[in-house]
Ligand binder design. Structure first.
Ligand SMILES: NC(=O)c1ccc[n+]([C@@H]2O[C@H](COP(=O)([O-])OP(=O)(O)OC[C@H]3O[C@@H](n4cnc5c(N)ncnc54)[C@H](OP(=O)(O)O)[C@@H]3O)[C@@H](O)[C@H]2O)c1
Length: 329
């Protein structure tokens, strides 16, 4: 068995430390280098975490370091270029959500990874949390009967601050900002998991910021046999960030569904039962990457690339319904 995986990080922002700590928790690898477009940013991360080597250029890190895999955590608009760079350096990639800006970019990254026989996965950490595995198990066992309906909300109010300024990535169309790609992607990917397919019909609405990206967006997905998902993402309001799956025999409620430690099952006519799960964290998705690398898999069966591509296509359809385009599209 491989001793320790040597990881590089691209993008030295807010989420990079969470990956670093998740990797340490696995006990299976270390971050050996990190790169930012700004060497100051990279040095800040180095000081905070003790990353051995940092670079002010992505290409320089890839040229100089001996890496086993790269975690890509810059803006959505930069994911495709960074992934292409890594794959062309023969390096497997774990790419933060949203995978790319749009389905066309996703297709190109996926085609390159497959052509070069290299591992590639969207870092949709929710999918790998133990609570999510429990939800899949409960559905498969028929605990709530046939799944009929999913409601999920990811709404987090961002008060006027630096984060809501147009140059911040959240609101910046040039960086593929907006609630849809930043947080809407979680309930959309969750719906894909629950129903095991992309929606057959999509209707939606969005409230736009003056910068041209959505600040609140709502999606209704229809599936065969009258099954349905109603989802919402917002930067403008707080709501309980939960998912409720209703079946013919009961419900599963998942508080903080994107990173939950527990699920609450109610069989109709019975009291709710809380199932405590192992703690959530990035370590679960990272262990899955390591397992795939060890076994020579180029994608994870838990989050296949075709599913990531379907999610990107769904988000393209939603944006088309609102007339929302990123510059250069
Ligand atoms: N899995 C999760 O729980 C989770 C949570 C939050 C975010 N994310 C995802 O992780 C990725 C990074 O998110 P984050 O919160 O870490 O973002 P962030 O702190 O705002 O920025 C991350 C990096 O993106 C680049 N960047 C940010 N703003 C920029 C700007 N105005 N101009 C040019 N480059 C800019 C920089 O890359 P360089 O350092 O290379 O210059 C920066 O270090 C996104 O895909 C996001 O959706 C995931």
């Amino acid at each position: 068995m491989k001793e320790k995986f040597r990881w590089g990080i691209i993008g030295c922002g807010l989420i990079a430390p969470k990956f670093f700590q998740g990797l340490e928790k696995t006990g299976e690898g270390h971050v050996v280098a990190a790169a930012s477009k700004s060497i100051r940013c990279a040095r800040r991360l180095q000081k905070k975490l003790g990353v051995p080597q940092v670079y002010g250029s992505y290409a320089e890190m890839l040229d100089r370091e001996k890496l086993d895999a790269v975690y890509i955590a810059n803006t959505h608009a930069e994911h495709a270029a960074a992934a292409t760079l890594c794959l062309n350096h023969s390096l497997p990639v774990l790419i933060e959500k949203a995978f790319t800006r749009n389905a066309t970019e996703a297709e190109e990254v996926i085609a390159l990874a497959r052509a070069r026989n290299l591992f590639c996965m969207e870092a949709m950490w929710t999918r790998f949390n133990p609570s999510t595995a429990k939800v899949r198990e409960l559905i498969a066992e028929g605990t709530i009967g046939e799944v009929r309906d999913l409601r999920a909300a990811f709404c987090v109010k961002m008060p006027p601050s630096i984060k809501t300024m147009p140059w911040n990535r959240m609101y910046n169309p040039y960086l593929a900002g907006g609630a849809l790609l930043d947080i809407g992607v979680y309930p959309i990917a969750y719906a894909h998991m629950v129903f095991g397919q992309a929606p057959e019909r999509i209707s939606s609405s969005a409230t736009m910021a003056w910068t041209g990206v959505d600040t609140t967006s709502e999606y209704a997905f229809d599936y065969s046999g009258g099954r349905r998902a109603e989802l919402i993402a917002s930067f403008r309001e707080d709501r309980p960030r939960e998912a409720v799956i209703t079946g013919t025999k009961g419900t599963i409620r998942i508080p903080h569904f994107y990173g939950s430690d527990r699920v609450i099952v109610t069989r109709f006519g019975h009291s709710p039962e809380t199932i405590q799960c192992e703690p959530n964290g990035f370590e679960h998705e990272i262990r899955e990457v390591h397992r795939c690398l060890r076994e020579g898999l180029i994608e994870s069966p838990l989050l296949p690339l075709d599913e990531t591509l379907e999610t990107m296509r769904t988000m393209d359809t939603l944006r088309a319904q609102w007339g929302m385009k990123y510059p250069g599209e």
